[in-house]
Design a protein. Structure first.
Length: 334
């Protein structure tokens, strides 16, 4: 600090303060939010430019197909979730309808946990394909003759030494079979990933980052996205329908939908739900344009502001402090 003061700041040491403090990592969860609106949905504005009040009724949609509700979620009453939603909806000027005639929206709330692709068989098949390929390469580097000590009925192993010989073409056929099985496992993985990516709002972001940028410095972000959807995630999906058309005319008209999720391992749903909804509420009735992955403090969000100079001290003061360094506070200087 003293060197910086003697240099660029011409003998003055600046003291900086931030307008807010960052949340501790242990108190935060990484939420993922994706929001879309129907092209016809437009919120009316009040004279001050804020959105006009809209009234809703809320419905418990339960878990979506292909997902589950684990024990922590089953322990949380929907009334608790609805209360947290109502609090954050009100901050965006959405309120429960006093009576049926006032309702403009039907909010259907789906909540649960995703079921990721089970990679046990996939990992096993990768190992099998790798082993058979290594055997083929080993023979090719030697000769095209049979492989001593391998059982033709089980060329990947398991037979006793001297149980038989496997010619190269048998090993090549086994490798082809293993690769076909691996391709099938990859298809299953892709189907499971696509299902969860659609549900969580990851699909567009993954597709846009699954290009040349993966091999030009952008691979880490793509891998992070894929890692997200390949582990269990708690989700809440809020879908807003036009009340008149949906309830009275029996014609479901979706106006907007907001999806929010956090990773399930290491998080308790009851502890995370407020941070999840708070993060999602900023996008209620809006189009996020892209997936938003961000930290949310479980006790409230904070943002780091710009640095501002709150005071300066001279070089002499810096030297004086250096002389007194290590002395007990209040000790007299000799």
């Amino acid at each position: 600090m003293a060197r910086a003061a003697r240099g660029s700041m011409a003998g003055l040491l600046a003291l900086f303060a931030f307008t807010d403090g960052a949340a501790a990592a242990s108190d935060a969860v990484t939420t993922a939010v994706y929001a879309q609106t129907d092209g016809s949905y437009r919120r009316k504005k009040q004279p001050d430019g804020s959105p006009a009040r809209e009234y809703y009724v809320m419905s418990n949609g339960g878990k979506l197909p292909g997902t589950l509700q684990d024990l922590p979620q089953r322990k949380l009453p929907f009334a608790t979730l609805a209360g947290i939603l109502a609090e954050h909806l009100a901050r965006q000027n959405y309120y429960p309808a006093p009576k049926k005639e006032d309702a403009q929206l039907v909010l259907v709330v789906h909540w649960g946990a995703t079921i990721p692709f089970n990679d046990v068989n996939y990992t096993t098949q990768v190992g099998a394909a790798g082993g058979s390929f290594a055997r083929v390469q080993s023979v090719r580097r030697g000769s095209d003759g049979p492989v001593a000590g391998l059982n033709p009925a089980n060329p990947l192993g398991g037979g006793e030494a001297g149980a038989g010989d496997a010619p190269l073409h048998v090993l090549e056929e086994q490798f082809e079979q293993d690769m076909m099985m691996l391709m099938m496992e990859n298809k299953d993985r892709d189907r499971a990933n696509e299902r969860n990516a659609r549900l969580l709002g990851y699909l567009r972001e993954i597709n846009e980052n699954n290009g040349i940028q993966r091999w030009a410095g952008g691979g880490d972000y793509f891998n992070d996205l894929r890692a997200d959807i390949e582990e269990p995630r708690y989700y809440v999906v809020i879908s807003a329908y036009d009340f008149r058309k949906t309830v009275e005319q029996k014609e479901a008209k979706l106006l907007w939908v907001t999806r929010v999720s956090v990773r399930a391992p290491g998080n308790d749903f009851a502890d995370s739900i407020d941070a999840m909804i708070r993060s999602a509420s900023k996008q209620f009735g809006r189009d996020s344009g892209r997936l938003l992955r961000q930290y949310e403090d479980r006790k409230g969000s904070v943002e780091v502001g710009e640095a501002t100079v709150v005071g300066t001290i001279s070089d002499e003061a810096v030297k004086e402090r250096a002389k007194n360094k290590g002395r007990p506070e209040g000790a007299a200087r000799k």
